[in-house]
Design a protein around this ligand. Structure first.
Ligand code: AMP
Length: 439
């Protein structure tokens, strides 16, 4: 799951009732070398990659978070973001809790330490109604692996199964199905919104801890965040992205000689755009795979350098051409501006920017690191102003209707399921936040 976060990584394993913990700042391959992996023995484990949506990039915020409670040791990995974390933190501090880090997840451990009950599952069920916002959790206690999803289903969480070395069933829980492919595990189903599921020596158990609320599955998982080879919310991310591209071509086609993606995030949408428009697909920009994602680097200066090292335009494909360039999203606009310049420097006659999602007009409070409103170009400038800023000949975004129609489509079949949009959160694109916001 490295693509989901590159600031810190951690694994906690359970070995004969004891937790073995290793966490560090950086990429998985930097944090886990042979000695650390050898130390992480046990029958079960949880892991996490972090990119901060709340709290700074410091070791105290690295996950899984761990604590030693009266009920025993507990480790917690959280995907999502609690919108009432500041209120909870203040209440807990007033009651005497001492926080180690600055992230929202730590509140959950403190709430659990105050919750009475014979076992962890009972304690967790008691505290969950106090949490507002997005959470897909995995807990590891001294007896069980516990998976929980919020009532709205903001962030994905899925269950898989595989035979372990003794031929017994082993269970796997992950954000995305590409993890199962790697492990040779079979996809079983989604953990349901409002479900708590636990696996212990007696097998697997499940309950609804809450009734399903307004379904609000994050559409940005399909736009950008998930890997294209994953099934997320029951549908192929690759197929969704191709459908975004097809809709984009239907809505905003333009005479052109070539369609190129911004690699890698724009590739499936550009394939869809090309298929729909009949304009040939080419790789006009080649990506260097040995430098990290630019966006995730926190400082603008580092990001600026990143784009140059990462993307190289090909004169042979671009020179003298009318070029459609497809990217998955446009947030601050700085990436698009650099890309348009690169394409022109390689001799393109016209550059038409096509964005395979609607204008990003609002920050995400549910676990995607979108900049604040003042930095979102589409929240502050008109389409024409953005076009001027990125220096493109034309600019078009996918419409909201196109976005919802595309995620409603059955993989490739083109059938548009009505009212499907009601099950997605697209607050970053339409400003419709499904929960109260407490900031
Ligand atoms: P910008 O320069 O801010 O317009 O960046 C847009 C680029 O960042 C697009 O190419 C996206 O693929 C990528 N992107 C969009 N949202 C995110 C995010 N939350 N985290 C990391 N990368 C993103």
């Amino acid at each position: 799951m490295q693509h989901r976060g590159q600031e810190s990584a951690g694994i906690v394993s359970l070995n004969e009732g004891q937790h073995i913990i290793h966490r560090g700042l950086g990429l998985v391959a930097d944090v886990f070398k042979e000695p650390e992996l050898n130390r992480l023995q046990g029958r079960s484990s949880i892991g996490h990659n972090r990119y901060s949506t709340a709290g700074d990039n410091q070791l105290a915020n690295a996950q899984p978070m761990t604590a030693s409670l009266i009920k025993g040791p507990v480790a917690l990995a959280h995907n999502g973001n609690l919108v009432n974390a500041n209120i909870l933190r203040k209440q807990l501090q007033e009651q005497g809790s001492i926080f180690q880090g600055t992230n929202d997840t730590e509140c959950v451990l403190h709430l659990m330490s105050h919750a009475h009950g014979p076992d962890f599952v009972t304690a967790i069920k008691k505290i969950l109604p106090q949490l507002e916002g997005a959470f897909s959790f995995v807990f590891l206690t001294d007896k069980a692996l516990i998976a929980v999803r919020d009532r709205h289903g903001f962030r994905p969480l899925i269950l898989g199964k595989k035979k372990n070395d003794n031929g017994q069933d082993a269970y796997v829980v992950a954000s995305e199905s590409c993890a199962f492919d790697l492990l040779g595990a079979q996809y079983v189903r989604e953990i349901n919104p409002g479900e708590i599921l636990w696996i212990d020596d007696q097998g697997m158990h499940s309950e609804q801890w809450a009734q399903v609320g307004k379904l609000s599955r994050c559409v940005f998982e399909h736009v950008y965040f998930s890997r294209p080879d994953s099934i997320v919310f029951g549908q192929s991310v690759y197929e969704s992205r191709k459908a975004f591209g097809r809709w984009l071509a239907k809505e905003s086609g333009v005479p052109a000689d070539v369609v190129i993606p911004v690699p890698d995030s724009g590739v499936p949408a550009a394939i869809g755009y090309s298929a729909e428009s009949g304009v040939p697909f080419e790789f006009g920009i080649i990506r260097n795979h040995y430098v990290g994602r630019t966006f995730i680097q926190p400082h603008q200066s580092v990001r600026n350098l990143g784009v140059k090292i990462k993307l190289n335009p090909q004169t042979a494909v671009l020179s003298g051409k009318r070029v459609v360039v497809v990217d998955d999203s446009l947030v601050r606009g700085t990436t698009s501006q650099k890309i348009v310049r690169l394409i022109r420097q390689a001799g393109a006659k016209e550059v038409h920017m096509r964005i395979a999602s609607p204008p990003t007009i609002g920050p995400c409070f549910y676990g995607v690191d979108t900049p604040q409103k003042s930095q979102l170009i589409a929240a502050n400038q008109s389409l024409e102003q953005i076009r001027t800023f990125i220096e493109a000949d034309t600019l078009a975004y996918l419409s909201l209707e196109g976005l919802f129609a595309a995620v409603g489509e059955k993989s490739g079949a083109g059938a548009h399921q009505k009212n499907r949009q009601n099950s997605f959160c697209a607050a970053c694109f339409d400003g419709d936040y499904p929960t109260p916001l407490f900031e």
